[in-house]
Design a protein around this ligand. Structure first.
Ligand code: ADP
Length: 155
């Protein structure tokens, strides 16, 4: 199924100079970049985004770590994009994430783990609406489309 998913390039990605490396991976995989912008996250946005962690002792610290620099929010589209991007992300703790994944290759930390990526199609829709206006998501076709997918795969 064709899906859109949210990727946030976290402050650790920007500060470590990994923006090009991380976006290159998604680009080379064949995902279509449907939206991208730099923004400064707010405490209110992060209260929503990380609501499932509100009871954790490190909640404020995680929110602070997401506001220390601007971030880059990205919308990637592709067949099964949520699962594909999540697999490329790796486990939350960078020390445990498998080599070959973004976190496995670039992170030594539970918190400073380079990217956020949506974990389900339902959350992807909610998160994309949180960070993008509809007009900031673009519909165009990759020039390489016919070489990324077989004719019966893109549906
Ligand atoms: P994920 O980002 O893999 O979907 P979660 O939604 O559980 O993971 O957590 C959101 C973010 O909060 C993580 O990416 C990480 O930066 C931070 N975090 C989660 N659990 C911990 C922890 N035990 N210690 C430090 N940071 C954590």
């Amino acid at each position: 199924m064709i899906q859109k998913t949210l990727v946030i390039l976290k402050p650790s990605c920007l500060m470590r100079g990994l923006v090009g490396e991380v976006t290159r991976r998604f680009e080379q995989k064949g995902l279509r970049l449907a939206g991208m912008k730099m923004c400064q996250l707010t405490d209110a946005q992060l209260n929503e985004h990380y609501a499932h962690l509100a009871e954790k002792p490190f909640f404020q610290r995680i929110k602070d770590s997401m506001m220390i620099t601007p971030v880059i929010v990205c919308c990637y589209e592709g067949v099964d994009a949520v699962e594909v991007v999540r697999a490329m992300t790796g486990a939350t703790n960078g020390r445990k994430a498998a080599p070959g994944t973004i976190r496995g290759d670039f992170s030594m930390s539970f918190q400073e783990n380079i990217v956020h990526t949506s974990d389900s199609p339902e959350n992807a829709a909610i998160e994309l609406a949180r960070f993008f206006k509809p007009e900031e998501i673009f519909d165009y076709k990759l020039a390489a489309h016919g070489f990324v997918y077989a004719s019966d795969e893109y549906n």
